[in-house]
Design a protein around this ligand. Structure first.
Ligand SMILES: [Zn+2]
Ligand SMILES: [Zn+2]
Length: 348
């Protein structure tokens, strides 16, 4: 993702028009939202972060598409990360569009403070088990809680489960892992995949101990199902990068990135280490928001290693006393554990 982003218009093979709108969601962090003109429907897919720049970019992008917010009939969210739903509080008063989300992400949108309080507590418990210093943990927790200051809860009109994963000719598939309620949305021969597959990097992952349906197991499973479900799609639109035309090779690149990171983590675990030490070995020193991201990712890798019997905990007595667990490698990862194409793909 770069600042070299642009408004663009596409068409599906059935003649449905799609406008891509770039938003500066946070300083130097860009996101794409999409407006789909399907018969009488005017559907906005994701809505940016709600910062002043994001909101202004959204309004001018809609205008460029020949629309006002009041023309929108639906707002479909791919998942409940702030750069995708944070625009709702400013947009909602300007439109009667019906807002949809997967039910596993409903609490974040509609009951935000309680969700942040609950997940914040679980995050605090995870961070305490990483071995990071108390001061650092407190900094990371306050970074996690920053959305409370910028987001006001917005009621949801429907969940995708309640409409049987279909809205008119839009079809949704649940792809948990990057976010519990993450979906991809298909129309004609194009797909909107949110952050499921993004360029050059592995999507962010949290351990599932922080919230159910997060984590690497769900993500790997979702990659398989996504590839099978998307197989004849021509264009894959995502939340931050250019349109994807060759999904299998992008998924393969994502897997290779994961393998690289996880192998590095596993290499470090030839001696017993706490999660924070593994994180430094894999990602080097990080600070601020980036530190929160990399410690969560590392936690997701180690959770996967532990659950699959790839590492063991070496300091039982200390863990009993509430000290951070130290992990040590028991074996290498077998390729098929990370290469979903070799598993049996089951499509819902
Ligand atoms: Zn995301
Ligand atoms: Zn995103």
């Amino acid at each position: 993702m770069s600042a070299n982003v642009s408004f663009a218009t596409f068409e599906t093979s059935y003649g449905t028009r799609i406008h891509r709108i770039p938003l500066e969601a946070f300083p130097n962090f860009w996101a794409y939202v999409y407006v789909v003109m399907k018969d009488d429907l005017r559907v906005l897919i994701d809505c940016g972060s709600g910062t002043d720049s994001s909101h202004e970019n959204l309004l001018s992008g809609l205008q460029q598409a020949g629309l006002q917010p009041e023309d929108l009939t639906h707002i479909l969210l791919t998942h409940a990360h702030i750069d995708h739903y944070g625009g709702l509080p400013k947009l909602k008063p300007m439109t009667n569009a019906k807002i949809g989300i997967h039910e596993l992400d409903l609490q974040t949108i509609a009951h935000h403070e309680a969700r942040v309080a609950l997940i914040g507590r679980r995050l605090a418990s995870f961070l305490a088990d990483t071995g990071l210093a108390k001061e650092t943990r407190d900094q990371l927790l306050s970074i996690y809680r920053f959305t409370k200051a910028i987001y006001q809860p917005v009621p949801i009109d429907f969940t995708y489960d309640a409409i049987d994963m279909h809205l008119d000719s839009f079809e949704m598939i649940h792809l948990p892992g990057h976010c519990p309620g993450h979906v991809a949305i298909r129309l004609d021969d194009v797909i909107f995949c949110g952050d499921m597959v993004v360029e050059g990097v592995t999507p962010h992952l949290h351990p599932e101990t922080i919230s159910p349906y997060n984590g690497l197991d769900h993500y790997l499973e979702s990659l398989i199902r996504f590839q099978a479900w998307a197989k004849d799609a021509r264009l894959i639109f995502n939340g931050h990068d250019d349109v994807i035309t060759d999904l299998p090779s992008r998924i393969e690149a994502t897997r290779q990135n994961l393998i690289r990171r996880m192998s590095k983590a596993l290499d470090a675990l030839s001696e017993p280490l706490a999660i924070a030490e593994v994180c430094t070995a894999v990602y080097g020193e990080a600070g601020g928001y980036n530190q929160l991201l990399v410690i969560e990712k590392t936690g997701a890798y180690i959770e996967f290693f532990y659950e699959h019997g790839i590492v063991e905990i070496t300091n039982t007595d200390e863990v009993d006393q509430g000290l951070p667990a130290r992990y040590r490698r028991l074996r290498e990862i077998a390729d098929e554990e990370i290469l979903p194409k070799q598993r049996n793909a089951v499509v819902e």
